[in-house]
Design a protein around this ligand. Structure first.
Ligand code: MG
Length: 484
């Protein structure tokens, strides 16, 4: 009874969320320039309303009563998720939050300016402030823990430096493997990267591809936008964006498949969970494991090329074969830009950011010294050095938005994606048969349908029968890059 009342009250918060994400998507993709400021203001007001409902006496009373009665996995999940959210709203003072948000919006602008001018000095004073604010925020949430551990937990419930250090110890083996693959002269370049083709046809190819993978256009859409992202508006309206400015069609297609992986997660959550606090997966590494699974494990596999080839020929009028496509989708070359990195080098970009973030919060490095530390670590892990701040420390938006502790989830997602592949029975056969429906079903039954009922570690154990184990990722890479 009390649980139903709590869920009924929560629906107001859900509805505000739908309004917020609809406005946000509209603002980002469709809005005339002059309307952006007004919509930003509207979003701010909706956030205040959300806080008012969530921290109202009515809601808190219901929550406390329901907490005592929570029994099923679903009910316990609801309480766990709400408790985390309430923690955030109740522990962080309102005026701090207002100043913090103002600082973030200022520093994002300064970061963009600094990146355009490739000058870290422009961003430096803002980054210093952002770090101070992030430390304070961590302190409000839990002053007993190290600030960086608190921040890691915000993006990945239960994560901390101790666990990450042990998981990221695979970097030694990864480095060894990377060196070996480079020694074997695995292709670094492909002529397909610079071919001309009809961009409008690529858009049609993307739609055909999404349909084949199982994207339901009655429950979602795709739009053009500078940066690819997925927006979960409701469990029946999940949107993705793509960018085909670039000639490099492998880059365009893999990023579409990546966003499809995020979208299919949201679309396959049990409909019984819709409009409740557990209706979406909020843990970044788990969500990212799904996008990486579709992008890399499926989308860059040899089997997938036999599926793609006819589409490439038909829509883009490009003459190629499966082998050439496979190498083109899997070029290996240490490079400076994280978002352009291949499977073998990608995680080093994350190890570098993780090492730097740890040093920042342990106060082992000053902001002034960061560009040099950045460049030294690139030299150490990838043997290359940025020539300027734009292709170095200023490349990612995250720090300007105070997203410290976010980067590790990308690598955790990669590791998990390989582990999932080994867990799916007959995966290679399913892939050879292009039986995407069976793969989707496995993901739904074992991962997606649960929404956010379980914390990441519990969900992983439930779905995979063991804890996160990075060995699978190494095994996957070895099979792919050393034996093909
Ligand atoms: Mg992603």
């Amino acid at each position: 009874m009390v649980f139903n009342k709590l869920l009924k009250e929560y629906k107001k918060i859900w509805a505000l969320g739908v309004a917020k994400s609809s406005i946000y998507y509209d603002l980002t993709i469709f809005s005339p320039k002059e309307s952006i400021k007004d919509k930003g203001e509207a979003l701010g007001i909706l956030s205040t309303l959300k806080k008012q409902i969530l921290t109202s006496k009515t809601f808190l009373d219901l929550f406390e009563k329901a907490k005592k009665q929570a029994n099923s996995d679903f009910e316990k999940g609801v309480i766990r998720v709400l408790e985390r959210e309430l923690d955030y709203y109740l522990k962080i003072p309102e005026d701090f939050m207002v100043d913090y948000n103002k600082l973030i919006s200022k520093s994002s602008n300064k970061w963009l300016e600094a990146k355009k001018k490739s000058n870290f000095k422009i961003f430096k004073p803002y980054l210093e402030q952002i770090i101070e604010y992030s430390k304070k925020l961590a302190n409000f949430l839990n002053s007993d823990k190290e600030p960086y551990d608190v921040l890691l937990d915000l993006f990945d419930e239960g994560m901390n430096m101790k666990k990450l250090d042990s998981i990221f110890a695979i970097k030694k083996e990864l480095k060894h493997l990377l060196d070996k693959v480079l020694e074997n002269e695995w292709p670094e370049e492909s002529r397909l990267k610079d071919l001309n083709y009809d961009k409008a046809k690529l858009r049609l190819l993307i739609v055909a591809l999404l349909r084949s993978l199982g994207f339901d256009f009655n429950r979602g859409r795709i739009d053009y936008y500078e940066h690819p992202f997925t927006s979960n508006i409701t469990n029946n309206d999940v949107r993705i964006t793509f960018n085909n400015k670039n000639k490099d069609f492998a880059d365009v297609l893999t990023s579409v498949i990546h966003e499809f992986g995020h979208a299919i997660y949201d679309l396959q959550i049990d409909e019984k969970l819709a409009k409740t606090p557990v209706s979406s997966q909020e843990n970044m590494s788990i969500h990212e494991s799904q996008s990486r699974f579709w992008e890399n494990i499926i989308g860059r596999s040899k089997e997938f090329m036999s599926f793609l080839l006819p589409l490439i020929k038909e829509f883009l009028n490009i003459d190629t074969d499966e082998d050439e496509l496979f190498y083109y989708f899997n070029l290996v070359k240490p490079s400076l830009i994280r978002t352009k990195a291949d499977e073998l080098t990608y995680n080093f970009h994350i190890f570098i950011r993780y090492e730097i973030e740890k040093a920042i919060f342990k106060e082992e490095v000053s902001v002034k010294e960061l560009p040099e530390l950045w460049n030294d670590l690139y030299e150490k892990y990838l043997g290359i050095k940025p020539n300027n701040d734009k292709e170095g420390i200023l490349q990612d938006v995250h720090w300007s938005e105070a997203l410290f502790g976010y980067f590790p989830s990308y690598t955790l997602g990669n590791l998990l994606s390989a582990q999932i592949m080994f867990k799916i029975k007959d995966f290679n056969n399913l892939l050879s048969e292009k039986n995407f429906a069976a793969i989707r079903l496995w993901l739904k039954e074992n991962i997606h349908k649960h929404g956010n009922i379980y914390p990441p570690e519990v969900l992983i154990k439930k779905a995979l029968g063991e804890d996160l184990n990075p060995d699978y990722f190494i095994k996957y890479l070895k099979t792919k890059y050393l034996k093909v």
